[in-house]
Write a protein that binds this ligand. Structure first.
Ligand SMILES: NC(=O)C1=CN([C@@H]2O[C@H](COP(=O)(O)OP(=O)(O)OC[C@H]3O[C@@H](n4cnc5c(N)ncnc54)[C@H](O)[C@@H]3O)[C@@H](O)[C@H]2O)C=CC1
Ligand SMILES: CCCCC/C=C\C=C\C(=O)C/C=C\C/C=C\CCCC(=O)O
Length: 265
């Protein structure tokens, strides 16, 4: 069903991005994989070439926190594949110690990728049938106390996605932009919560994180990939946030008006 479509997935050398790449390939798309980890990225490309054929994927090394690298690689991808229909901003880290890096990758990287993709999709593709998926988290909808800056970046991704999707609709770009909000997923990112060089001043909250993981239970990347595919196919949604938990996937119902409690001044 995605034959003839070209997809770009950032952070695709492992974890969720790798699972998104697999499901896109299984459904007929070509995939440009983008990651800062070129060793893992190139190894994966060799494996995928065997599995799906050599013309289906290409790995591109880039750091999404670098304007220059992201822009240059974007142009390389267009030169190789001609056009892009699906763009997934997935690359992300959890590092409260180096929190500015977390903001640069998780939030600025998503804004950068969305603007590059929008600019191409609205001009080159005539604004038809294109979709951007921004990977946020359940921590983009509620507080994750062990990782306040990670929480902030993911709330930022949800807010940015809701606003830019409305701008896209009002401007008639013909590009849908949605957010994916998984709870804890079994990937290497999860290991960060036990590492003091990642948790920094919140290392004392390790047991709180463990209790949250136990409450939500770890989900598998394949389950999130199915929700990702649903967001690509569901042409009725724009500006949506799709939550993925162990019990299933569900769209968030955002209030039309924020509920407030008046105070007297
Ligand atoms: N694992 C989890 O529990 C959850 C993860 N997420 C989000 O899903 C996304 C993917 O995470 P995972 O697959 O779990 O992590 P992961 O650590 O398994 O994979 C992340 C990939 O992103 C790449 N990457 C990191 N920084 C990069 C940069 N500056 N430029 C390009 N690539 C970069 C890494 O090299 C790696 O291949 C992230 O945005 C994460 O915040 C959301 C909810 C839950
Ligand atoms: C820096 C240490 C943190 C390491 C954690 C590792 C990965 C976390 C990935 C996530 O995206 C977290 C997923 C879910 C957030 C959990 C709780 C939010 C609560 C939301 C709610 O109130 O419903």
């Amino acid at each position: 069903m995605l034959k003839g479509k070209v997809a770009v997935v950032s952070g695709s050398a492992q974890g969720l991005g790798k699972a998104f790449t697999h499901i896109l390939l299984e459904n007929g798309a070509q995939v440009a994989m983008l990651d800062v980890n070129h060793v893992m990225g190139q190894e994966l490309q060799v494996q995928l070439n065997h599995q799906y054929g050599s013309d289906r994927t290409q790995f591109f090394k880039a750091d999404v926190s670098s304007d220059q690298q992201f822009t240059d690689v974007f142009q390389e991808i267009i030169s190789k594949f001609g056009h892009i229909n699906i763009f997934c901003n997935n690359a992300g880290i959890a590092d409260e110690k180096n929190w500015e890096k977390t903001v640069s990758i998780n939030l600025s990287g998503v804004v950068r990728g969305t603007y590059l993709a929008l600019d191409h999709m609205k001009k080159e593709n005539g604004g038809n049938g294109c979709v951007i998926i921004n990977v946020a988290s359940l921590a983009g909808l509620g507080p994750f106390p062990s990782a306040p800056v990670y929480t902030a970046t993911k709330h930022g991704v949800v807010g940015f996605t809701r606003a830019i999707s409305m701008a896209s609709q009002v401007s008639g770009y013909g590009v849908r932009i949605n957010a994916l909000c998984p709870s804890f997923v079994r990937t290497t990112l999860i290991d960060s919560f036990k590492q003091e060089d990642k948790t920094g001043q919140f290392y004392n909250l390790v047991s709180l994180t463990q209790s949250l993981i136990d409450k939500f239970t770890l989900i598998e990347v394949e389950q999130v990939a199915k929700a990702f595919l649903h967001l690509i196919k569901d042409e009725s949604v724009n500006g949506a946030a799709l939550v993925v938990k162990s019990e299933g996937a569900a769209y968030v119902t955002f209030p039309k008006e924020v509920e407030t409690t008046p105070i007297s001044l």
